[in-house]
Design a binder for this molecule. Structure first.
Ligand code: HEC
Length: 104
């Protein structure tokens, strides 16, 4: 009896923990995607890619390729600084973009 309570407790804790890791990152990705403050042109990613518009091919790219494209759009479309491919912000953007993939 006591043992199963502990097991359930551990499962709950690890489950909640995994959830806690995923959500802030997705929330950060969404915030960045919708921010007009990243660049100098008063645009956000969402200005051109509203509801994932034009992002149908995201599933065709691996993370490295996707990060290059994100940096190209940051620099050219937003007039923003590029983001390090290892930065938390970059990984958050990749994670958020993956939500728009047709075949996840
Ligand atoms: C001024 C409009 C504009 C803005 C702002 C913009 N993009 Fe793009 N983006 C494009 C165009 C144009 C393409 C290439 C053609 C297409 O796939 O629609 C593209 C392509 C992409 C692709 C490749 C998708 C595919 O399926 O081929 C990704 C990923 C992407 N953009 C991410 C971003 C991110 C992240 C931001 C914000 C940092 C952003 N874009 C901001 C216009 C824009």
């Amino acid at each position: 009896m006591n043992k199963s309570i502990i097991v359930v407790g551990i499962l709950l804790m690890t489950g909640l923990h995994a959830h806690a890791i995923e959500s802030p990152s997705l929330a950060l990705g969404k915030t960045l995607f919708e921010s007009t403050l990243l660049g100098t042109k008063g645009r956000s990613c969402a200005t051109c890619h509203t509801q994932g518009k034009g992002l149908d091919m995201v599933g065709d790219f691996n993370d490295t390729e996707l990060k290059d494209i994100i940096n190209a759009c940051l620099r050219d479309a937003l007039g923003a600084k590029t983001i390090s491919v290892e930065a938390q912000e970059m990984n958050a953007l990749v994670g958020y973009l993956r939500k728009f993939q047709i075949n996840q």
